[in-house]
Design a binder for this molecule. Structure first.
Ligand code: HEC
Length: 108
């Protein structure tokens, strides 16, 4: 029972990043920290946006009817709609880039 409570507390600590006790999280999470050099290897503006501009213009770009609700010149849109994007983008290399970009953003 004590073990369960402990695990529950650990879980809660990880779910409350704005409210954490820094010392206890540092001790508990030290093996989960992603080294700074391993993130942000994909550049949204250089590698992702050009794919979308080529394929999803004009609708999801300025002046298009979907720009207001789903702007594809913003990385957050892509991260939030990866599944929907992968219904429309099938090229292996482009799919790989999109997935890796989202994984990196979510790991931040
Ligand atoms: C001709 C205009 C047009 C183009 C080009 C276009 N879209 Fe859209 N898109 C829309 C409209 C309109 C909607 C909202 C209605 C709907 O869901 O179909 C939408 C909705 C979406 C959605 C949310 C709904 C869902 O199915 O998940 C995603 C994701 C999406 N588009 C991705 C893309 C991607 C990726 C491309 C380029 C490969 C693209 N769209 C190109 C007009 C367009």
């Amino acid at each position: 029972m004590k073990t369960m409570l402990f695990l529950l507390l650990c879980g809660m600590t990880f779910c409350l990043p704005f409210n954490f006790n820094r010392n206890s999280v540092e001790t508990a999470a030290v093996h989960h920290v992603v080294p700074a050099g391993d993130v942000d290897t994909i550049s949204f503006s250089a590698q992702i946006q050009p794919i979308l501009e080529r394929r999803c213009n004009p609708c999801h770009f300025p002046g298009g009817k979907m720009y207001q609700s789903m702007p594809f010149d913003r990385g957050e849109t892509v991260v939030g709609h990866l599944d929907g994007m992968l219904k429309r983008i099938k090229d292996d290399k482009e799919v790989g880039l999109l997935k890796q970009y989202c994984a990196e953003q979510l790991a931040r």
